[in-house]
Design a protein around this ligand. Sequence first.
Ligand code: GLC
Length: 563
Amino acid sequence: MAQLKRRWWKEGVVYQIYPRSFQDTSGNGIGDLKGITKRLDYIKSLGVNIIWLCPVYESPNDDNGYDIADYRKIMAEFGTMQDFDDLLAEMKLRGLKLVMDLVANHTSDEHFWFQESRKSRDNEYRDYYHWWPAEKGTPPKRWSYFDIDANAWKYDEKTDSHYLHYFSVKQPDLKWENPAVRKEVYDMLRFWFDKGVDGFRMDVIPFISKDTTYPELPKEFGGDFIPFYSNGPRLHEFLNEMNNEVLSKYDIMTVGEALGVTIDQALNFVDEDRKELNMFFHFDLMSLDRDGNEAFWMQSDQWKLTEFKEIHSKWDAVFSEKGWGTMYLNNHDFPRAVSRWGNDSKEHWRNSATMLQTFLLTMRGTPFFYFGEEIGMTNANFERLDDYKDINTLNRYKLLQQQNIDLEDFIENEKKASRDNARTPMQWSLDTHAGFTNNTPWIKVNPNYKTGINVEEQEKQSDSVLNYFRKMVKIRKSHLGLIYGGYQLVLPENEQVYAYTRSLDTERYLILLSFSEESTQVAIDDIEFSKADLLISNDECQTEKTNHQFTLKPYQAVVYQLH
Ligand code: GLC
């Protein structure tokens, strides 16, 4: 057996839902909790067993729920607490686990704590947030996402002070240095765990600790705020305390969103002996095809497969004896996987979507799929600013406008890069609005639901992206070696094919993934294809049995069990 301890969250497959875009049942054009409940049988049929639900709490939706006004209430647009309890109960009946989103680096400015905090300098909630009194002069520069001035300090007239917000002006940062804040967060976590929730994905968790002397950005960060934000002095103390106080008391899973965390720091978060988190998402792949910093990245189509491999090989090695990794190719913050890492042209869409699924399901680390990935949903490529809903696109547009930067270039880039690419509604059927709603959807539906990218049609085709996904999930779940087995890169220099083996005790697998539009031949000396069992392939296989060669069709994926 593997040296790594078996855990349900290591053996699970996660399905992430952006509730706004999944299924509307109330007829307001916005997805809701009842819609998720309605689709639970479908989700179960995929073979996934954990749902990560993006925020469903009360929120003014400045950042679509990542600005929480009440941690213990459900957003009215999504339904009621009764709807939530029903959803959870129905999930339990089907053996599905529920992971919620913990957004506690910041709240909404409409949260009661902030409403109080801004009232006066001696309000009992004053110290729940970071304030800089104006008489001290201009506060040291802090950079902000989603801010039209990229300035994380916002002047608030009422108390003649500035408050800190790493995200939008409506997302003031909580002051974790205040023990009362930490107690509030832990109580809130208990509230959800006591309902039966199975874990949390922790939003920008490395940002929670701040140096409250607010120094100038230290030189060692070379002008880059992200690594500075993720290296707060008391971060690990807080995570450890949260684990001691709450997390360790329940059989739950935690996964941090680890912006700014490097390989060297990885085990500080997830080494079991440190008692902090179970897993986290690193961002190395997400920046592979982007230039610039977090605010002004340009999305490019130019990236090298050898670099893609190197990132995954390095991260796999970190967790080979301790901790545990995650695998993901997209989420609600990034463009769709098949458009970004595969090829969404008519010709290559099917193979590349299934090839990428094969990749996630044959690597070590818990695989996270984002709703619609199972049917190969693609980028929206919105042409007009009016079609965009995301504060990240809209406020950066305003910021660049002030700087007289070419906005046509910006929109051209957003077509590939915007978060809204991943936020268009789930494509259920050929019905109006893809069966998502019978009203006007809050964001446009991708018209390609009419050309095969919908659940209804794919259900009927045995070789659809959807049915391939189901088969591949089954294969992962029934071969422990694909979950815990060691990973070994084969053909490291090859720019067309990603090949690797996975092995656990006597089990051994070979995975071949073509990232090329052309047919590609590979030769692997120590593997005899004639003696191997083909577990799955997304296309016909052409092996040259005698000479250890294999010819991969464009974007072909193959998994062999070796003997
Ligand atoms: C995380 C979320 C993102 C959100 C931001 C602020 O990066 O994934 O959607 O906008 O945090 O909460």
